[in-house]
Design a protein around this ligand. Sequence first.
Ligand code: 5GP
Ligand code: ZN
Length: 114
Amino acid sequence: MDDCVFCKIIRNEIPSKKIYEDESAIVISDLNPQAPHHFLAIPRKHFAGIHEVPGEEETLFETLFRAISETVKREKLNEKGYRLVINYGEKAGQTVHHIHVHILSGREFHWPPG
Ligand code: 5GP
Ligand code: ZN
């Protein structure tokens, strides 16, 4: 997608701090962190939401969670506790319409979320 900020990051047209990358996903530091550790796990293929991923592309989920798991281990987030968040749609607070999983860690998180 030409005007998608995460597609631009994936194409290296916008700089980012990459924590992890493989053939199907990247993990970067969030520009506006909401916790001491705040990363975004992003599939290289552009879909706005997880419900838009067709059956033949479902390996995306496996590879995205592998990227998250690797990041948790590399950054030792399992020792601190961590929260994963996916926003979809304006009411849920989605601002970038390319699937991404927020990985948040390093502080207390409350329930229910705001
Ligand atoms: P959303 O609100 O869609 O769930 O999350 C989008 C996230 O992307 C936000 O936390 C925002 O700070 C982050 N973000 C937006 N633009 C950029 C950017 O250019 N670089 C990085 N690293 N993060 C970005
Ligand atoms: Zn995109």
